[in-house]
Design a protein around this ligand. Structure first.
Ligand code: FAD
Ligand code: SF4
Ligand code: SF4
Ligand code: SF4
Length: 584
């Protein structure tokens, strides 16, 4: 056999190497620093075992997985544990229970030279080693055999790894699945160990010392700072916010050095294959949760009954809140979406061959410190003064990027008593076709209120009318396509992460006309949950509640409530599918 799977699909899990009885496979790093199997044809007997276990070819999906996982926001009760962990310390809670049951626990440990290698033991003291994320590929060679040893001596095992590595483990242990609890994490893609080492080398040169300790997501400035903290033997410390950290820019910013297979990851499925999935609960602050102190909140997805049963035993050490898949997805699309390709990847790696990481970062990841340029800021200020001189916007708000950006051809009629509360950038009347003169209109009458979250965009042709004393609430990351009408006489609330297609009409009233009948009301609030997708031309009528994650078909007339994750279509609309999962 020459190749097990084509290179672009290989996840580098090394399960083929650990399976081959002939020792015919060696993992070898390519020029980007990712390990791939190399087969020695002299030793290979063509038995095909390596193909049988390869997760890029065969994935043994857990038949018992729930269709929709049970979801929690969670924090470890011990603050020090949480500080030492990447998110909310959930892995530690799972491991602590496993150790208490004399199970063996496996995860990724730092090596002395700051590579990562998977390691397993049943010694509680080893938790420190395997806690915390290493944001580059962990070496799995021999790990499968080490797990096997533990099972052989009668131990049950808890193992945490990337989803693709879990798939490899499940293939390897397909006859022993009941003795292992599989935990994976949400995964934005795994980086090259070689590039990681080049990053560290650049820092050693700059700080003139040898690295002695590395922390990804150090929490001194809070979990959201995503700050690296790296200590040197000369007492100096590198400590930077994500926005100033070259490694994070290249990783989260442009995905310059993630493994090629991560651009088309086949393990980002719902249901997941692991028993339990851990992640950061990004966006927890928009859910009304009590579990947000910026020291780390995890999201936990319980994907199988085995996972849920195991988790039940770990609850004692945790603060927990039930949440929905939609709430997780709003802040963490990496759960289901693969990262885009960096267009200059080839040039980046070629340049890196003969240059330092620092210089490569300067050349390839240079981006404005602030996503809003000074010029744009001045433009916004000018526009604000012209259009909103009567509304109290402090400069501090402007600099916190609580900005209302109106495109050309916008008609604003805003009463001086109307309130606008923004949490971030709100673009109104945005034009894809820059030459269009189509008008967008916003009316805010006396004592009305417009509340908007972060990064919400309204395309051109919009007509938003908020009448006297009425309230329009819009969450974060909501996109309104062209020609959306909102007619608000009492209160309309639209959750975060919603997609509203062209020509949609949302109204909480009958235009003030009334039918003479018992209990008839001309207005009644509309409530649209998080992560709702409303198709073109749909009409959302007064008094309706649409649950989180629902999908409203094109042209649907919504006159009654729609349950969470239901798909509703027709006139009048009815539910045609339940438990829908959709992604943007
Ligand atoms: C490369 C990578 C990308 C990630 N991307 C996201 C994301 O996009 N969104 C998100 O919400 N969460 C992501 N995570 C997960 C997140 O960083 C935390 O690991 C997770 O939330 C668990 O945190 P914790 O506080 O419960 O436990 P921690 O103590 O931080 O536990 C982390 C666990 O992951 C294992 N692990 C650490 N590094 C690796 C590695 N390189 N390879 C395999 N296993 C490893 C450890 O052994 C440990 O078991 C990613 C993690 C990694 C390693
Ligand atoms: S075909 Fe068999 S002998 Fe050859 S590399 Fe694969 S597992 Fe090893
Ligand atoms: S088993 Fe893993 S390392 Fe081997 S070819 Fe398949 S994906 Fe690559
Ligand atoms: S993105 Fe997918 S293929 Fe890449 S490391 Fe994560 S789980 Fe594996």
């Amino acid at each position: 056999m020459e190749q097990i799977v084509e290179k672009g699909k290989c996840v580098g899990c090394a399960v083929c190497r650990d399976t081959c009885n002939k020792k015919a496979i060696e993992m070898q790093a390519d020029s980007e620093g990712f390990a791939y199997p190399k087969i020695d044809s002299q030793k290979c007997s063509d038995c095909g075992l390596c193909r049988d276990v390869c997760p890029a070819l065969t994935s043994c999906k857990t038949a018992s997985a729930f269709k929709i996982p049970l979801i929690y926001a969670a924090m470890h009760k011990d603050l020090d544990t949480r500080k030492a962990s990447t998110s909310g310390g959930l892995f530690s809670a799972l491991a602590e229970y496993a150790y208490s049951q004399n199970m063996a626990v496996g995860g990724s440990a730092w090596t002395q030279d700051f590579y990562a290698k998977h390691f397993i033991s049943s010694n509680r003291e080893d938790l420190e080693k395997i806690r915390g994320s290493k944001y580059f590929q962990s070496d799995m060679q021999d790990f499968h055999k080490s797990v096997k040893e533990q099972l052989k001596i009668g131990k049950k095992v808890l193992v945490c790894a990337m989803p693709c590595q879990i798939a490899g483990l499940q293939n390897y242990f397909k006859n022993d699945l009941e003795n292992i609890i599989f935990v994976d994490t949400i995964c934005a893609g795994i980086n090259s160990p070689m590039v990681w080492q080049k990053f560290l080398k650049s820092l050693e040169e700059e700080y003139n010392g040898k690295i002695i300790k590395v922390r990804a997501k150090a929490k001194d400035w809070g979990w959201r700072a995503l700050a690296h903290k790296i200590e040197f033997d000369n007492g100096r410390i590198y400590h930077k916010f994500a926005t100033e950290d070259d490694w994070v820019r290249g990783y989260i910013g442009v995905h310059a050095y993630i493994r090629p297979c991560c651009h088309n990851c086949q393990f980002k499925t719902i249901p997941r294959i692991a028993d339990i999935t851990l992640g950061d609960f990004w966006g927890i602050e928009n859910t009304g949760s009590k579990l947000d102190d910026n020291i780390g909140t995890s999201c936990v997805l319980l994907n199988t009954k085995r996972g849920a049963d195991f988790f039940e035993n770990c609850k004692e050490n945790l603060h927990l809140e039930e949440h929905t898949l939609s709430e997780v997805l709003v802040g963490n699309m990496a759960l289901v979406n693969s990262a885009l390709k960096f267009p200059k990847r080839r040039e980046f790696f070629e340049y890196l061959e003969n240059n330092s990481f620092k210089n490569a970062a300067k050349k390839f990841f240079l981006y404005k410190k602030d996503s809003i340029s000074f010029k744009k800021l001045l433009k916004s200020l000018k526009w604000l003064l012209k259009n909103f001189w009567h509304i109290k916007f402090g400069y501090s708000k402007l600099f916190k990027k609580q900005i209302f950006i109106g495109d050309s051809h916008c008609a604003f009629d805003i009463h001086r008593t109307a309130k606008i509360n923004l949490q971030g950038i709100f673009k109104f009347g945005y034009k894809r076709n820059r030459k269009s003169k189509q008008e967008s209109a916003l009316l805010l009458e006396k004592n009305s209120e417009l509340n908007v979250g972060k990064n919400t965009n309204v395309y051109y042709g919009a007509d938003f009318q908020v009448f006297k004393n009425a309230k329009l609430n819009i969450g974060s990351n909501v996109a309104f396509n062209r020609n959306v009408q909102i007619i608000c006489m009492e209160e309309i609330s639209i959750g975060s992460g919603c997609l509203i297609s062209r020509d949609v009409v949302i109204r909480d009233n009958d235009g003030g006309h009334r039918i003479i009948a018992d209990g008839y009301k001309t207005t009644s609030p509309v409530k649209i949950g998080n992560n709702v997708w409303i198709g073109q031309g749909a009409m959302i009528m007064k008094g309706v509640t649409i649950g989180d994650g629902a999908v409203i078909g094109a042209g649907a007339w919504i006159v009654g409530n729609v349950k969470p994750r239901a798909m509703a279509m027709g006139d009048p609309a009815r539910t045609v599918q339940k438990e829908v999962v959709w992604v943007n």
